[in-house]
Design a protein around this ligand. Structure first.
Ligand SMILES: [Fe+2]
Length: 538
């Protein structure tokens, strides 16, 4: 009952229907201070990161108080303190609240200039033998592309231990660029309106996303464990550049560092940005039941994609795909993963949270399936080229593990050798998917992959308009028997539940992101048993 009341209170507050929120915006009162909500993240078994941002006319150093309580009314305060913020960190506030009990629910808020923030709810990690862990998995939240209905779905739950955001938390594009065709009509024009490149730009973009009511509702309801993908910096980024970072846009390293500084300021993640050395790969333990291993497949060690760069030819792509030296994680992170998986051998499950698709996915012959006159993000020439290339069934999305086949084999070998029950979690492709991961020449899966659909980004179907309903999806499933579930038409998210005996993925979809009036449903469930990874998903 208390939980339900809490959820109603945060949703009502964010919809602006409570007296206190109306008063906060009236002229007789001081300007509101906490316009970007509250958030928590990176829980341990005794601590959690708390986040907010203050909006104030004061200059210089601002003092902010924080409280952690056992109840949503904030009567039974467990921990409290004062911290400071200022312009050097864009007035964002981060507190590592320590000394908490394991496996416990807490409530928190901030106070500044005589005003209190909304109350957030969070949870520490459990210790020892536990019966269940339940995680939400989201990715690809594009503000101008649509409303964050998926975030609202997450906020309405009260049974999630944490949410993993696998990246594309923001998008870098300006108005008129990718996924902005409905932005004016739905009142979600990107801010700033141009492609973001500077520290000020990245901060403003993060501020816009954090001002969204559904984003605020999600963050206030559950701790988020986040890793970046490419769009937090620029499309198809890799260690030393990005497809969407061109000549005339300044130094790559300066842009990357600006993006990472803003990310660490605006996200409830532990640590600070350290340029090229910034490590976000890290582990979380749900007692003896599950180890959640978060990876960086994007910036710390990734070599350039085979089809990005100025002198790309067919031969150069083939040579890159065969090059045994090309890496996705980099040698240091690969070794960290082996060591971490080995040490996690005492846990039943190893959930690997990372950005991009691991499964092999060969395109079907698209010629009889795609409506060339249908609406597509691609130009008719591009679409024709893709249709032509699909006849050879050669994979064409080379920004995913598919573009790093040697590194992928190593990754699968490492999972087979060092993990007990590995489950790979992914996003990035704007697709809901479940797959068995089988090494080249192998017959049995060594891991399974569960991919979350996009929060709001355009789905694959808007690239390949169908001649017959679900034609592209169905043919893709026939072409790739390793893929066990696929949806390329809807936005959505994933709930992963692990118990000592099984791991279950449940895919939720929403029918629209062009309105906050939407329908949501559970579209599919797939399971794998502990000790049964070789049998794959059922
Ligand atoms: Fe994305």
């Amino acid at each position: 009952m208390r939980r339900r009341t809490f959820i109603r209170a945060i949703v009502a507050a964010l919809l602006g229907t409570t007296a206190s929120v109306r008063n906060a915006f009236s002229l007789a009162r001081p300007k509101p201070v906490f316009l970007h909500g509250v958030a928590s993240g990176d829980p341990t078994d005794s601590a959690v990161m708390l986040w907010t941002r203050v909006t104030t006319a004061s200059l210089g150093i601002i003092s902010v108080e924080w409280q952690v309580a056992a109840d949503p009314a904030m009567r039974n305060v467990i921990r409290a303190g004062t911290t400071e913020t200022g312009s050097t960190r864009d007035y964002t506030v981060k507190v590592d609240a320590t000394g908490l009990a394991a496996g416990s629910q807490y409530y928190y808020r901030f106070s500044c200039d005589g005003q209190d923030s909304a109350v957030g709810r969070t949870r520490t990690l459990p210790r020892g033998a536990i019966e269940q862990a339940k995680l939400g998995v989201v990715s690809c939240s594009n503000y101008p592309a649509g409303f964050f209905n998926v975030y609202r779905e997450v906020a309405m739950r009260n049974d999630l231990d944490a949410v993993l955001h696998l990246g594309d938390y923001i998008y870098e594009y300006g108005m008129g660029e990718y996924a902005t065709e409905n932005a004016s009509a739905i009142g979600r024009i990107p801010d700033p309106p141009h492609e973001i490149r500077t520290l000020e730009d990245y901060r403003r973009r993060h501020a816009q996303y954090k001002a969204d009511p559904d984003s605020q509702a999600m963050h206030a309801s559950v701790p988020v464990i986040a890793v970046w993908d490419d769009h937090e910096i620029a499309n198809d980024s890799w260690r030393d550049g990005a497809e969407n970072h061109q000549d005339g846009e300044g130094q790559w390293s300066e842009r990357r560092d600006a993006a990472l500084q803003a990310y660490f300021e605006w996200m409830p993640i532990r640590g600070v940005a350290a340029g090229a050395d910034t490590k976000i790969y890290r582990e979380f333990r749900w007692g003896d039941l599950a180890s959640v291993v978060m990876l960086d497949t994007r910036l710390i060690g990734r070599d350039r994609q085979p089809n990005v760069g100025e002198e790309v030819t067919r031969d150069s792509i083939v040579a890159a795909l065969r090059d045994p030296g090309r890496r996705m994680l980099g040698a240091e992170q690969e070794q960290w993963l082996r060591d971490t998986l080995q040490a996690a051998g005492s846990t039943t499950w190893q959930l690997i949270g990372q950005q991009v698709m691991v499964a092999r996915m060969e395109p079907p012959d698209l010629e009889p399936l795609v409506d060339r006159d249908g609406p597509s993000y691609f130009s008719p020439e591009n679409l024709d080229a893709i249709i032509k290339a699909s006849k050879s069934h050669a994979p064409q999305v080379l920004d995913v593990w598919e573009g790093y086949p040697v590194a992928r084999e190593q990754f699968l070998q490492d999972l087979d050798k060092f993990a007990r029950n590995p489950v790979v979690l992914s996003g990035d492709l704007h697709t809901s998917l479940a797959a068995n991961l089988i090494p080249n020449g192998g017959e049995r899966p060594v891991a399974v992959e569960l991919m979350a659909g996009p929060v709001s980004s355009p789905v694959l179907e808007s690239v390949f308009p169908d001649k017959v309903p679900n034609g592209v999806r169905d043919a893709t499933l026939v072409q790739n028997p390793n893929i066990r579930f696929l949806d390329i038409a809807r936005r959505g998210w994933l709930v992963v539940t692990v118990t000592p005996s099984e791991c279950t993925g449940e895919w939720h979809l929403v029918d629209t992101v062009l309105s906050r009036d939407y329908k949501s449903w559970s579209a599919a469930t797939m399971k794998v048993g502990a000790g049964q990874i070789g049998k794959g998903l059922v």
